[in-house]
Design a protein around this ligand. Structure first.
Ligand code: COA
Ligand code: MG
Length: 292
């Protein structure tokens, strides 16, 4: 389990804002967040209708505890102004900015959002999906922390990374791994959530399970998803397992024992546990309480 914010973002489902049937279904699936996409999932000629459909949809559909996020088009496109006007109208929990390459871009985005009436409390989420964005990530996230709207979440865009760099995204992601782990490291250092990229082959359920288990071990907070069949496995992999919960209870019990009140290290059945494990255990149980 990672050490980033307690907000649950285990399963974050993309849905094209041009697909009314899928948008309605998205709320019924138990995802922690839904990303309504105005960018790559919507054809250029369908974008205006998608914005209007999204505004109608979000006026009628909200679910407490499920974050509603709108992915807008890139800053250098003609779509960005109408997209931000749609965000101002819809008032989602967050807006997701694609193809962020530099800190100044994010600052410019936040200024334009404010000018077009997007409330300051709307969170800012950023896609990490370009070589420039990966290289400049720490400065981007550092700048994002001081913005209003504030940067709270990074979303990996594996398909775009593979397209730009030519890296093979298969083979258990061995070639992508240094970049992905660097993204996780920056997110943890700066205290923002970090979500893994999508698994495209949505009929290959065993493949999805494997990649999601890997993603959890890498320290991601959750996985971005493209299909209803991926929500339950993502919630399961990113929730504490029964074994981990049992172990956490044992650690809490041993440190709550008055005879260990002044101990910083304890022998728990032949294993050293420290106060930092106690803190980790409390955190895991807090997450478990929200997922059980
Ligand atoms: N969110 C909500 N519902 C979805 C969904 C999604 N992302 N993807 C599919 N569904 C729904 C379908 O509408 C269908 O609903 P129905 O039973 O009421 O008709 C059901 O799930 C089964 O869908 P299925 O037939 O298996 O797939 P499909 O051919 O309808 O859709 C995709 C396949 C890939 C086109 C679709 O899953 C999709 O658009 N995913 C999101 C893509 C996206 O946003 N990409 C951008 C970010 S990477
Ligand atoms: Mg992309």
């Amino acid at each position: 389990m990672s050490a980033s914010p307690l907000r649950l973002r285990r399963s974050v489902l993309y849905v094209p804002a041009s697909n009314a049937r899928a948008m309605a279904k998205a709320w019924t699936l138990g995802a922690d967040a839904i990303v309504f996409d105005l960018e790559d999932a919507v054809a250029p000629t369908a974008k205006a209708d998608a914005r209007a459909a999204l505004a109608t949809h979000l006026a009628e559909h909200r679910l407490p505890g499920t974050e509603a996020v709108i992915r807008v088009n890139a800053l250098n496109t003609a779509d960005i102004e109408p997209d931000l006007e749609a965000v101002a109208r819809c008032q989602p929990d967050a807006m997701l900015v694609p193809k962020v390459n530099r800190a100044e871009q994010l600052q410019d985005f936040a200024r334009r959002a404010a000018r077009l009436g997007v409330p300051a409390l709307t969170q800012l989420w950023a896609m990490v999906e370009t070589a420039a964005g990966i290289a400049a990530l720490d400065s981007i996230v550092q700048a994002g922390a001081g913005l209003q709207p504030q940067l709270t979440c990074l979303v990996v865009g594996t398909n775009d990374i593979a397209k730009e760099t030519g890296v093979c995204a298969g083979d258990g992601r061995i070639y992508l791994m240094p970049w992905l782990m660097n993204i996780v490291l920056v997110a943890k250092r700066r205290g923002v959530s970090v979500l893994d990229g999508v698994w495209n082959n949505f009929r290959d359920q065993p493949g999805f399970e494997l990649e999601t288990a890997q993603s959890m071990k890498m320290g991601f907070d959750g996985k971005t998803l493209i299909h209803p069949s991926q929500v339950e496995p993502a919630n399961r992999h990113f929730s504490p397992s029964p074994e981990a919960v049992e172990e956490a209870h044992r650690i809490v019990a041993v440190f709550s024992d008055p005879q260990h009140a002044a101990s910083n290290v304890v022998n728990l059945d032949g294993r050293m546990v420290e106060r930092l494990h106690f803190e980790q255990a409390l955190r895991l149980l807090a997450i478990h309480a929200r997922t059980a």
